[in-house]
Design a protein around this ligand. Structure first.
Ligand SMILES: [Zn+2]
Length: 150
């Protein structure tokens, strides 16, 4: 049995679900069904943010992508293309992934996690709604992870 609380995001495990297994299931669902795949960008971003997998540079970058999508309404596909281009171009100046030797990311008491989505969704419509809600909460609660505004 895994421990009953996620070491990454603090979610309390229920119904034998763990963040990792849920994430794997969600990715499979999103890759096979476009009605779920629509929110793929948000699922990956939120999971990575809440589990401390982005470097400090990447956190600043992904926060901007989430803001562009959720607040300015820029389509996910456009963000995906831009992101692919930017991460490729900037490969030599900054890394996306947080490394083991980096300082661990500060813990945030997230008010919604991937498990909340897993336990509540019933179909693709409620899935998309819950993932968007999870993304909005993640975006507003990730502020302490970002550098102070200059
Ligand atoms: Zn977790």
């Amino acid at each position: 049995m895994p421990t009953d609380t996620c070491a990454g995001c603090g979610a309390v495990y229920q119904n034998n679900l763990t963040c990792e297994t849920v994430f794997d299931d969600f990715l499979a669902l999103e890759f096979t069904d476009a009605a779920y795949g629509e929110v793929h960008l948000l699922t990956v971003a939120c999971y990575m943010i809440q589990h401390g997998q982005y470097s400090d540079d990447a956190l600043v970058w992904i926060e901007q992508q989430l803001r562009d999508h959720l607040e300015k309404g820029i389509p996910a596909e456009q963000i995906r293309q831009k992101a692919a281009k930017e991460t490729r171009q900037d490969r030599h100046t900054w890394r996306v992934a947080r490394r083991k030797e980096d300082k661990p990311q500060e813990k945030i008491p997230w008010s919604m996690t991937i498990l909340d989505v897993a336990l509540q969704y019933q179909d693709s419509e409620s899935y998309r709604k819950l993932v968007r809600q999870w993304a909005s909460i993640t975006l507003s609660e990730m502020r302490p992870l970002l550098p102070d505004p200059k």
